[in-house]
Ligand binder design. Structure first.
Ligand code: ARG
Length: 462
């Protein structure tokens, strides 16, 4: 018989059992479910709602069940619907009537809200750790490439010279914000819902603060309806994870481009590339492509969660069981992507010469050429127009700006002197951009040290 079977005269149809059951995917919360039940039992005992002896026996048996699950000795039943009732059923099978007292003052509605919050809190920490490791690898790459000049792009057209360190540090800023977003999401997840009951709390004098403290929550939910029906913490996490994937997919896209023959800015390590079953010459950046591709399912999960929750009347509705597969899949996907992405970055080779060569083409020093005129007193707009003409001349004569003779320069402006060559060389274009946030070595070194300091200041665990 079902744990809730009292008012029923018929068994549920087999197809409904299968349809209704969530054990297939919520079994992964077994640890959180049992820890939550142990805390609930201890509190029930302390508050005199059940006897201390019963509370002790329940806790001891739950610990044994946890152990058995971990040893692979427990088989969950589809008929028992979900992880909550599976655990309770096993408990009752082991200690009979005492086990039946565990669910006093509790509903599966607040129980599942508790479990998922506990589960996601752990995963937020795990993903945060992974991002921190990624940041450290990126910082190393940046430090190795402070003088590695490459073209910066806008519209995927060569724009101005920057350094590879500067480019890498741009991603570091994104992942830094991703870490902050996770930390922020953690705060709203870190609230304890038990005591909300099914929707209206309970008449038992539960000590909600005791449970919150024992389970490591910062506080308790303040409204029982909200406590059982809020899933915005999960949506928020799905959104944080989507943004992480968006960043990873932009980075992946660049790595894919850069490892093409046309760019040849990097070469992936053999261990992080794959071949073709037909074309013997191929070395494909599959890891980066898969990371880029997997962003799709993570965005999809966010949309699924938003849609599941849309228009749901208060409080709990079974629709909400659909939250788990979506958020679990996002968590799993991101946890799969970040470590392999990190190792791929750590092992890739940087083709500094090719980056430099690429920066030499495409008139990446045209802005600096205009700025040269500005420094000699010409208003910027006029300088822009003059250099525009100069670039057109260069295109027609197949020359780079720095390849023009002084005579040719003077045809565009008499103000131009011999010093122009030094002023528009790539190294100078980069080193003069030394304002905070710029690509010059000193600026990038400052942002590297800022980030290192920030990482060192982070709490080990949230
Ligand atoms: N398996 C359910 C879920 O994931 C647990 C809560 C069920 N509550 C209920 N009243 N049917 O949402």
């Amino acid at each position: 018989m079902k744990l809730w079977g009292g008012r029923f005269q018929k068994n549920t149809d087999r197809s409904v059992d299968d349809f209704n059951s969530s054990i297939r995917f919520d079994c992964r919360m077994y640890k959180q479910d049992i820890r939550g039940s142990m805390a609930h039992a201890r509190m029930l005992g302390k508050c005199g709602i059940i006897s201390e002896a019963d509370a002790k026996l329940i806790q001891k048996t739950l610990a044994e069940i946890l152990d058995d699950i971990e040893k692979g000795l427990v088989e969950f039943e589809v008929d028992a619907e979900d992880i909550h009732m599976n655990v309770e059923k096993i408990l009752i099978s082991r200690i009979g009537d005492v086990g039946k007292r565990l669910h006093t003052g509790r509903s599966r509605n607040d129980q599942v809200a508790l479990d998922i919050r506990m589960y996601l809190k752990d995963e937020i920490n795990n993903i945060r750790d992974m991002l921190i490791s990624l940041e450290k690898v990126l910082l190393e790459k940046a430090e190795d490439n402070l003088d590695t000049i490459l073209p910066g792009y806008t519209h995927l057209q060569k724009a101005q010279p920057i350094t590879f360190a500067h480019h890498i540090m741009a991603y570091c800023q994104m992942f830094k914000r991703d870490i902050e977003r996770l930390e922020d999401c953690f705060k709203r997840t870190n609230v304890m819902p038990l005591g909300s009951g099914a929707l209206a709390g309970t008449t038992y004098p539960l000590d909600r603060y005791m449970v919150a403290e024992e389970l490591g929550f910062a506080g308790i939910t303040e409204n029982s309806l909200d406590g059982v029906s809020d899933r915005d913490f999960a949506i928020e996490l799905a959104s944080c994870l989507s943004i992480i994937m968006m960043h990873l997919s932009r980075f992946s896209e660049e790595l894919i481009l850069w490892s093409s023959h046309e760019f040849s800015f990097i070469e992936m390590d053999d261990a992080y590339s794959t071949g073709s079953s037909i074309m013997p010459q191929k070395k494909n950046p599959d890891v980066a492509e898969l990371v880029r591709g997997k962003s799709g399912r993570v965005y999809g999960n966010l949309m699924a969660l938003l849609t599941v929750m849309k228009s749901l009347p208060l409080a709990y509705n079974k629709d909400m069981q659909e939250d788990k597969e979506a958020i679990f899949d996002s968590v799993d996907t991101v946890k799969m992507c970040i470590p392999v992405f990190t190792r791929m970055i750590a092992t890739m080779k940087i083709r500094k010469e090719n980056m430099y060569k690429a920066a030499q083409g495409g008139f990446t020093n045209a802005t600096d050429m205009a700025d040269y005129l500005v420094k000699k007193g010409i208003p910027f707009r006029d300088a822009h127009a003059i250099i525009g003409k100069m670039v057109l001349y260069c295109i027609n004569n197949n020359k780079a700006i720095e390849e023009l003779s002084l005579e040719e320069f003077k045809n565009f402006s008499g103000i131009i002197e011999e010093d122009v060559y030094n002023e528009i060389c790539l190294e100078k274009c980069v080193s003069e951009r030394k304002l905070p946030g710029g690509p010059a070595k000193e600026s990038v070194m400052k942002s590297i040290s800022n980030l290192k300091e920030h990482l060192a200041s982070l709490k080990q665990s949230l």
